[in-house]
Each structure stands twice: as structure tokens, then as C-alpha cells.
Design a protein around this ligand. Structure first.
Ligand code: NAD
Ligand code: UD1
Length: 342
């Protein structure tokens, strides 16, 4: 039986594919390459074949769109799929404000289509990539799963709407098992340096921006505000290594097989670092190459955001283990292998 990863050639999906294959799961990926490229398929194989015989690995990639019902139905007909991890989606907050319909179309239609096809094929195990963004501006820290939810932009609303859709589908058919994973801030890359986050154009997120400054592709990091209510005035977030996050999905797949019903888990470290903590840690790794200047706040940013991840520890037996130095080192190592900052 296989695990289907929609968006499996993307940043988090590719690391998850590696960890699932390492755990002897069979993996099928669907990706429309809107934010990835096919070379990632060979990189995943290369990483896994360092520890497993290549002919023992059961791994397929389909290029296509999750919104295409006929195509999706064909993938389910050609493979014995018993679980799905739904990574596919658009994820840039700013772009979602400018193009809300593109976000509602891609993120919502893909999910509805997927659930329809799963139902038609009797596949009942589903993991969803949600985000800490669904907590909006939380009133206190750390954030627990039962905190109120709310969204401040179309991207966040697609995550919230999908969570609600999953709850409704579960209420109508409790033979489904749904695990909603709310990721905090994934950063870092695989130890091999072969896969990592490589956004098109100028990065919106902190870590890819820092990596491009450190490698000379961009001049200087703009730190968005130093007047937040934090120890050094810069924003605090819960940064989690993407490999730890990927391992959280392996645990979620195990949990689904125990017929868990609908569950929600925070995947974070429980520790908050400021922007300057990240810059300083990165500078230790790369030899002081990250120049920065303080600029105005970015609209919509909150002071502090970090998780309580005890529920995932208790119920999924998962805990983030990689430290900030490792997150910086692997990001830098990956970025050095990318040709240009495009
Ligand atoms: P990513 O853009 O690297 O990966 C998403 C992949 O999905 C890409 O390879 C893209 O080509 C593919 N895709 C998009 N729409 C598709 C469609 N309709 N059909 C088929 N393939 C499609 O993003 P990521 O960082 O790996 O994020 C994965 C998921 O996790 C997303 O749903 C994202 O919203 C969520 N998430 C990400 C973060 C983060 O910081 N990276 C944080 C919280 C939640
Ligand atoms: C952002 C999104 C969030 C999404 C997450 C993962 C916003 C408002 N939030 O989270 O919805 O789930 O990415 O994709 O876009 N910073 C700088 N300079 C930069 C970039 C960032 O100082 O060039 C600061 C930010 O102000 C923040 C921290 O670094 O304090 C982290 O920012 P970022 O990496 O963009 O993540 P979030 O804003 O937490």
C-alpha cells in the first residue's frame, strides 16, 4: 500500500517523501510543478538510495494537477493508496491578498476533489498541511491546539476553510481519519544539501532571504521592525527544522493506521527565537556574511508566535530534535549549491 503525497516535490513534501521511503513506506507523488521541478524526483531517489537498495524502493511521481478529477481518479486506479498527505497548495500571504481567487481555487478545489476521489476509492486516511496562521494573533503564548482560530488574509482563510471542510466530512462519515498538522515556521534543509527551500524571485520569508544574503545573491536583510514587545524588539517565531517536520508526518501516518478519527496537532519546537537570534546564529555558521538593517514593521506581523507541542509528543510520539545551528547550517549548505538567486 502506498502513501500519496500531493505537492510532494515541494519543500516540505520532498523531505517527507525521503523520510517515508526511509521508513519503508511506498510513496506516490502528484505535483503540477507550479512551485517545484522534476529534478527533485531524482534527488529524493539519490538521498534514499544512500541507505536503501534502489530496487527495494517503491516510488512514483505523476506530473498533474490535483484539481483535475479525471487525472486524480486515474492515479488512484493505478496505485494501491491507503493514505494521503495533502501538501499541494499556494502559500504566499502577500500574493493571496492580491490574487484571492487563485488561492481559493487552488487550495479549496484541490482539497474537495481529493476528498471526492478518496471517497470513490474507499481511501479514508488523510493528513492535511495546515499552519499556525490559523491562530491569527493569539492572546497568550505558547499556543495550544484548542486556542481560538481566525485568519487575517486569504491564504490563512483557505487553511481555516479546509479545516472546517474536513470537520464536516468527518461528521458525515466517521470512517474517515483526519490529522490536521499546524506547522509553525519550517526552515533548514536536508543534510545532503540536495533538497531545500528555493523560492522563485525575492524571498518573502526570513530564512531563504538570509541565505541569499549570506551567499551574496542579495545585499542586505531588512529586519521588519525592532519595536515589538520582545527581548530585542524583533519578531519572535517558532522555527522548526524541515526534517523534524517531515518525521512528524511519518508519525501521523502511523497514527492514522490506528483509526484515530479527527485530530489536530501543532508541529513546532515550543521555543521562540527573534529575528536577531536567527541572524546571529546564521552568522556563526557562515562567517558573518549576513548584513542587515532595521526597517519598518511588515503589516500583519505579530510580536510573538510559538507552539506548545506536548500533544504531538504524547499522541504521535514525536518531538523536534534539530537545533538552530543545524537549521542555519543546512540552509546555508543548500543555498550554496543553488546557482543564482533568480
Ligand atoms: P511548496 O510550494 O514548496 O510545495 C507545494 C507543492 O505543491 C509545490 O511543489 C507545487 O508545485 C505543488 N502544487 C501546488 N498546487 C498544486 C496543484 N493544484 N496540484 C498539484 N500540485 C500542486 O510549499 P511547502 O512549503 O512545501 O508547503 C507545503 C504545504 O504546507 C502547503 O499547503 C503550505 O500552505 C503548508 N504550509 C507551509 C508552511 C511553510 O512555511 N513552508 C507553513 C505552514 C503551512
Ligand atoms: C509567514 C506567513 C505565515 C505563513 C508562514 C510560512 C506572513 C504575515 N505570515 O509567517 O502565514 O504560514 O510565513 O510560509 O507573511 N522578517 C524580516 N525580514 C524579512 C522576512 C521576515 O525581518 O525579510 C521577520 C518577520 O517580520 C517575522 C520573522 O522574520 O518576524 C519571520 O517571518 P517569515 O519567515 O515571513 O514567517 P512568518 O511571518 O512568521
Amino acid at each position: 500500500m502506498s502513501v500519496l503525497l500531493t505537492g510532494g516535490l515541494g519543500y516540505i513534501g520532498s523531505h517527507t517523501a525521503v523520510e517515508l521511503l526511509n521508513a519503508n513506506e511506498d510513496v506516490v507523488i502528484i505535483d503540477n510543478l507550479s512551485n517545484s521541478d522534476l529534478s527533485v524526483k531524482e534527488k529524493i531517489k539519490k538521498i534514499v538510495s544512500a541507505t536503501r537498495e534502489i530496487n527495494e524502493i517503491n516510488f512514483k511521481v505523476y506530473v498533474g494537477d490535483v484539481r483535475d478529477y479525471k487525472f486524480l481518479n486515474q492515479v488512484f486506479s493505478e496505485n494501491k493508496i491507503d493514505s494521503v498527505i495533502h501538501f499541494a497548495g499556494l502559500k504566499a500571504v502577500g500574493e493571496s491578498v492580491a490574487k484571492p481567487l487563485a488561492y481559493y481555487d487552488n487550495n479549496l478545489i484541490s482539497t474537495i476533489n481529493l476528498l471526492e476521489v478518496m471517497k470513490a476509492h474507499g481511501v479514508k486516511n488523510f493528513v492535511f498541511s495546515s499552519s499556525a496562521t490559523v491562530y491569527g494573533a493569539a492572546k497568550s503564548m505558547p499556543i495550544y491546539e484548542d486556542f481560538p482560530t481566525g485568519a487575517t488574509n486569504p491564504y490563512g482563510r483557505t487553511k481555516l476553510f479546509i479545516e472546517e471542510i474536513l470537520k464536516d466530512v468527518y461528521a458525515s462519515d466517521n470512517s474517515f481519519n483526519f490529522i490536521i498538522l499546524r506547522y509553525f515556521n519550517p526552515i533548514g534543509a536536508h543534510d545532503s544539501g540536495l533538497i531545500g527551500e528555493n523560492p522563485n524571485g525575492i524571498p518573502n520569508n526570513l530564512m531563504p532571504y538570509i541565505s541569499r544574503v549570506a551567499t551574496g545573491k542579495l545585499d542586505c536583510l531588512s529586519v521588519f521592525g525592532n519595536d515589538y514587545n520582545t527581548k530585542d524588539g524583533t519578531g519572535v517565531r517558532d522555527y522548526i527544522h524541515v526534517v523534524d517536520l517531515a518525521l512528524g508526518h511519518v508519525c501521523a501516518i502511523k497514527k492514522l493506521k490506528s483509526k484515530c478519527g479527527l485530530k489536530i496537532y501543532n508541529l513546532g519546537t515550543g521555543v521562540g527565537y527573534s529575528v536577531l537570534d536567527i541572524v546571529n546564529a546564521y552568522n556563526k555558521v557562515c562567517g558573518n556574511k549576513v548584513k542587515y538593517k532595521i526597517v519598518a514593521r511588515r503589516p500583519g506581523d505579530v510580536d510573538v508566535c510559538y507552539a506548545n507541542a506536548d500533544k504531538a509528543y504524547k499522541e504521535l510520539h514525536w518531538k523536534a530534535e534539530r537545533d538552530l545551528e543545524n537549521m542555519c547550517k543546512t540552509s546555508y549548505n543548500f543555498e550554496k549549491q543553488q546557482k543564482s538567486g533568480n
